[in-house]
Design a protein around this ligand. Structure first.
Ligand SMILES: [Zn+2]
Length: 62
């Protein structure tokens, strides 16, 4: 997934996927953590369509 610089700067950053997913779990809607190619940190997105989700992440403890 390509991230535009503007989005990166605007979004909250998480140092680890765990941190990002914990924040996502607290949200009242579905959020996904993804690694940003620009800042190498993790962001959250509510857009899950079209995202490539590794198979191992499906059917886990979601
Ligand atoms: Zn970023």
């Amino acid at each position: 997934m390509r991230t535009r610089p503007g989005i990166c700067n605007r979004k909250k950053r998480f140092a680890t996927r765990d941190e990002a997913e914990q924040a996502a779990a607290c949200a009242p809607f579905t959020l996904r953590a993804y690694r940003c190619e620009l800042c190498r940190n993790f962001h959250l997105t509510s857009r899950t369509k079209g995202m490539k989700i590794p198979r191992r992440e499906l059917g886990g403890n979601a």
